[in-house]
Write a protein that binds this ligand. Structure first.
Ligand code: TYD
Length: 135
């Protein structure tokens, strides 16, 4: 499948009476080589994270605990993904405007990215993003 569209990825789920286990590996369940992992937690009720796009950075977002919505805008249409399964990841390619909202209490968002942190990768101006999508 092409890696240019956002999509949900079902991660392996090893069922066990002692508790379940899931995982992802470079270039397998995650369609790139992971260079960075970060997580978002202790989000106060009603807060919104994100609100930007990356120029080329790809990422996979997982609701390790609890639930939240990932809202994606490709310049034409908006799509909302409710993440609430710790064995499901949302793949997001570059040049997609993204924000996260509706965090449940104690939710944790884990994000694996194919690049180290660089502010130069960010597009934080929605008008600039839209004009780049049109060009
Ligand atoms: P930002 O990506 O804007 O947060 P979000 O998209 O979740 O709202 O990052 C917030 C701050 O954290 C910003 O000052 C940059 C810093 N940061 C790092 O230093 N390293 C990282 O890997 C990330 C994701 C952010």
């Amino acid at each position: 499948m092409s890696s240019t569209e956002p999509r949900l990825i079902d991660l392996p789920k090893i069922l066990d009476d002692r508790g379940n286990l899931s995982f992802f590996q470079n270039n397998a369940q995650v369609p790139f080589e992971i260079k960075r992992v970060y997580w978002i937690y202790d989000v106060p009720g009603g807060e919104i994270r994100g609100g930007h796009a990356y120029k080329t950075l790809q990422e996979v977002i997982i609701a390790l605990s609890g639930s939240f919505d990932v809202v994606l805008f490709d310049g034409k249409e908006e799509k909302r993904f409710t993440l609430n399964r710790s064995y499901q990841g949302l793949y997001v390619p570059g040049m997609i405007w993204k924000h996260l909202e509706n965090f449940s209490t104690n939710s944790v968002a884990l994000i694996a990215a194919d690049q180290p942190y660089s502010e130069a990768e960010y597009l934080r101006d929605p008008e600039l993003f839209k004009s780049m999508k049109l060009s």
